[in-house]
Design a protein around this ligand. Structure first.
Ligand code: GLV
Ligand code: GLV
Length: 324
């Protein structure tokens, strides 16, 4: 009989994927709770494991790999983003890192588009207005907002898998769609989306939406200068990572009236939300739920498990992250 290999699962996965874990002979799963483990618990439970399944709430760094010991072969992140993982440390320890690209593009784009519609048509403000018990009667000036399908321009920063899925939705709403993308030539067109310079995108877009990973080069990509370069009255949507936006600068741009509003799913100090954002009615907030579709979360969890199974069986992982 093959010796049992052990896998630490830092958070509860979806119900159906958790149920399936019992069917893998020769593997023992040490499963955490719904809430993120405390740091000390994370380090203790990963000790001597062969693999770990983690989420973006776990910081995977030198200390983590040292605590795990030399048996750790693979860390599977249940997320497409992997800014919670120190890739250089993973490479030093010879640990394979995997993420979950591809399976969450539709859900994340749906959520992004829901936020674009909510901002433009002032859905959350209007809902609050009714719930507050305000007296109202139909009027031509009441809650007017952005005419999304009457020629509004959407600017997508990062036309990767998710950015492209957002573009398809926007095109179906008759929006003009432009994008910036580090890997595509300026002036080229991808599925009706024109690749433009960042300067042109910021100046022309009624809504700017972010779909780049958080990297040293994208930290505070949206800052005082880039906000000032945006079209007056425009909106910002962030379903990527909080650190891409300088939140203080965003709040100032909203207060000055330069931006009409923003929708934020990912926060600089996550899970803390800046009270200044909460205080502003022009800001729509969701708690990092852009990929939270039922089937999507199953696919993310299953892909993480399949990556672990592949590596522990000596096969190539399905979706590795380049570590060195
Ligand atoms: C979620 O934020 C992810 O990166 O999948
Ligand atoms: C609005 O409800 C309209 O009928 O125009």
């Amino acid at each position: 009989m093959k010796p049992t290999k052990s896998v630490y699962v830092a958070r509860l996965l979806t119900e159906s994927v958790t149920r399936e874990l019992g069917s893998h002979a020769g593997l023992a799963f040490d499963i955490g709770q719904e809430a993120p483990p405390a740091r000390a618990e994370l380090l203790e439970r990963v000790a001597d494991k062969d693999a770990a399944i983690v989420t973006l709430t776990e910081r995977i760094d030198e200390e983590f790999f040292a605590a795990a010991g030399p048996g750790l072969k693979v860390v599977a992140n249940v997320a497409v983003g992997f800014d919670n993982i120190d890739l250089a440390a993973a490479a030093r320890h010879g640990v394979t890192i995997t993420n979950t690209p591809g399976v969450l593009d539709g859900a994340t784009a749906d959520h992004t588009f829901a936020l674009i519609l909510a901002l433009g048509r002032r859905i959350v403000e209007a809902d609050r207005f009714i719930r507050e018990g305000n007296q109202w009667v139909w009027g031509p000036r009441m809650f007017v907002g952005l005419d999304i399908s009457a020629g509004a321009t959407l600017g997508i920063i990062g036309l990767g898998r998710i950015g492209l899925a957002v573009a398809r939705r926007a095109r179906a709403f008759d929006m003009r769609v432009i994008a910036t993308d580090a890997t595509r030539p300026l002036g080229s067109t991808v599925e009706g989306v024109e690749i433009v310079s960042q300067e042109e995108l910021l100046a022309a877009s009624d809504v700017v939406t972010l779909h780049v990973p958080l990297l040293p080069s994208t930290r505070h990509l949206i800052n005082r200068e880039t906000l000032a370069a945006m079209k007056p009255g425009a909106y910002l949507v962030n379903c990527a990572r909080g650190g891409i936006v300088d939140e203080q600068a965003l709040i100032e741009a909203i207060d000055s009236g330069h931006l009409r509003g923003a929708a934020i799913d990912t926060f600089e100090g996550e899970p803390q939300v800046n009270p200044e954002l909460i205080a502003r009615p022009q800001v729509v907030l969701t708690p990092h739920t852009a990929s939270a579709g039922e089937a999507t979360r199953d696919r993310m969890c299953r892909l993480a498990v399949d990556n672990v199974l592949a590596v522990l069986a000596g096969r190539e992982p399905l979706t590795p992250v380049q570590t060195a």
